[in-house]
Design a protein around this ligand. Structure first.
Ligand code: ADP
Ligand code: MG
Length: 315
């Protein structure tokens, strides 16, 4: 099977799975074409996943397809962008038909679920790695940045935290318990909070998605905003599965990554003004104040590796 047959067979079906009026030309030409509706801005981001670093060796192809698009789409969620389309640069060691079929299925499911049309890409041979560029749009000026948090804002998170981190030790299990299966599902099939992000446009003062871990990602937000924050770890939202599996559930919720929930700041009045169905997706865990750094209420942080840094500390 040649490169072009491979693309036609396994990626054109994904491209056709999700039709978007903003996409004027999908894969097959030298470039794709996207129109930006009047009064809107293009919001885009790129993510690379490397085997052995971002996903385990021999990782199931279908899960990889889902997870790679989910993690990329999570950045659109954090900006409050409406998803439009994506490109995929795929490097493969070989053209394994079973692998490609499963990968294409996971990618296609995610594409439909998140409303992201595949519009093109690049296919090369080499060690397994993927790069995805996702495109979304926002009404001009309304993207939620990391830099808008102000003193007095509440700090809130969506969903529950720590589940995906707890799954890491169960990845090899053949028949997990229901609780283990719950956290494994969070690791394998993350659901970026796209609708929540869009409904927080003009409401949240700042947002970031939690990919590296709450403490690490919240610190990025606070630094970008030039403010300090204080959170109460006992208020972190934990799933029943996580609590039943781990005595150190709160540590995982603070420091482990891959949950793809949102961490946002907003005024008390803005939170109170949200419709119940949005408000109930958020848990208040702390507050923004003047100064710098992240403090903890009733908790002593001791020697944690916070977040993943590919280059460690480079002097
Ligand atoms: P070019 O040589 O002009 O850069 P390519 O030969 O790399 O084009 O790709 C041919 C067409 O197939 C392009 O439209 C490209 O976007 C598309 N394509 C290549 N790889 C993929 C992929 N993995 N997923 C989707 N579309 C792809
Ligand atoms: Mg070309």
């Amino acid at each position: 099977m040649g490169e072009f047959e491979l693309i036609r067979r396994f990626f054109y079906p994904v491209a056709n799975a999700e039709a978007k009026p903003d996409v004027l030309l999908g894969p097959g030409d030298d470039c794709a074409i996207q129109t930006i509706p009047e009064g809107h801005e293009l919001v885009f981001s790129m993510d690379t996943l490397v085997e052995g670093i971002h996903f385990p060796h021999q990782y199931t192809a279908e899960k990889l397809g889902w997870r790679s698009l989910a993690s990329a789409a999570s950045d659109l969620a954090a900006m409050g962008a409406t998803p439009v389309c994506f490109t995929l640069a795929l490097t493969l060691p070989e053209a394994d038909v079973d692998w490609l079929r499963a990968f294409s299925k996971g990618l296609s499911d995610a594409s439909r679920q998140f409303g992201l049309a595949l519009v093109g890409g690049d296919t090369t041979r080499g060690p397994l790695a993927l790069t995805l560029q996702v495109h979304g749009t926002v009404p001009a000026g309304s993207a939620i940045r990391r830099s808008g948090a102000t003193s007095g804002d509440l700090i809130c998170v969506s969903g529950t935290l720590g589940d995906a981190g707890a799954a890491l030790e169960f990845l090899h299990l053949e028949s997990p318990t229901p609780e283990q299966a719950d956290v494994l599902n969070r690791y394998h099939f993350p659901e970026p909070k796209l609708a929540l992000g869009q409904s927080l446009r003009g409401v949240a003062t700042a947002a970031i998605d939690i990919s590296d871990g709450l403490v690490s990602d919240l610190r990025h937000l606070l630094l970008a905003s030039g403010v300090a924050g204080r959170i109460a770890p006992e208020t972190l939202p934990l799933s029943e599965a996580l609590v039943s599996l781990r005595a150190d559930a709160r540590e995982l919720a603070l420091y482990s990554g891959d949950d793809y929930e949102l961490c946002v700041t907003l005024s008390e009045a803005a939170l109170a003004g949200l419709p119940e169905c949005i408000r109930e997706q958020l848990t208040t865990i702390g507050r923004v104040h003047d100064g710098e750094g992240l403090g903890f209420e009733g908790y002593v942080e001791e020697g944690h590796e916070t977040g993943y840094d590919h280059f460690g500390s480079v002097e």
